[in-house]
Design a protein around this ligand. Structure first.
Ligand code: FES
Length: 187
């Protein structure tokens, strides 16, 4: 966190000092946090972070899937409504599943992408996206979503799909049931 070092300083405990900048400056930085680990709860009457009206996914090259929108995340021990930003593990090795913890870098995860010429943009984009991390299985996504590859190409647009999170699919980003054969474990 290099911006607003008066607020975010990892050498300090606690490492966040909300008095180190104005609420608007802090909100500007928090909005850029792709993982959703940072949120702001304003008490000054100012504008809080708004929920995006459209759901968009981006596949990071050889990394996680980043989702922004009106998100409901469901996994073992996790049930979060109204989330706006999240990065979810695709390599299968995160110790904090379903969230990315950068383990993909340690294992040199490779997630090849292929053109998806049949993917067409949605005509109706509004609505909540529910993401269910199935036990020892894929991410089930219900709700409108446009998903883009790391090169910006449209990979998927629709209202229901299953994305691989075991890292083994031969048809990434989609699940192809490889998780049933490679011993993927995720409670
Ligand atoms: S979760 Fe990876 S193939 Fe199904």
């Amino acid at each position: 966190m290099q911006r607003l070092s008066g607020v975010f300083n990892r050498t300090r405990r606690p490492w966040i000092d909300a008095n180190g900048a104005s609420p608007d400056e802090i909100l500007d930085v928090v909005r850029r946090c792709p993982s959703g680990a940072l949120h702001i709860d304003r008490h000054d009457g100012g504008q809080a972070e708004s929920i995006p009206t459209e759901n968009v996914g981006v596949l990071w090259a050889d990394g996680p899937i980043q989702l922004t929108g009106d998100l409901h995340i469901i996994a073992a021990g996790v049930d979060v409504e109204g989330e706006t930003r999240v990065t979810l593990c695709r390599c299968g090795q995160s110790k904090h599943k379903p969230f990315c913890d950068n383990s993909h870098k340690d294992i040199h995860f490779v997630a090849e992408e292929r053109p998806r010429p049949d993917a067409k943009p949605l005509t109706e984009r509004t609505g909540r996206l529910t993401v269910i991390a199935e036990k020892c299985g894929p991410l089930q996504l219900n709700g409108p979503l446009e998903l883009y590859g790391s090169d910006g190409s449209l990979q998927y647009a629709g209202n229901e799909t299953w994305l691989c999170r075991c890292g083994g699919s031969g048809n990434k980003p989609f699940c192809d049931d490889t998780h049933l054969r490679n011993g993927f474990a995720a409670d």
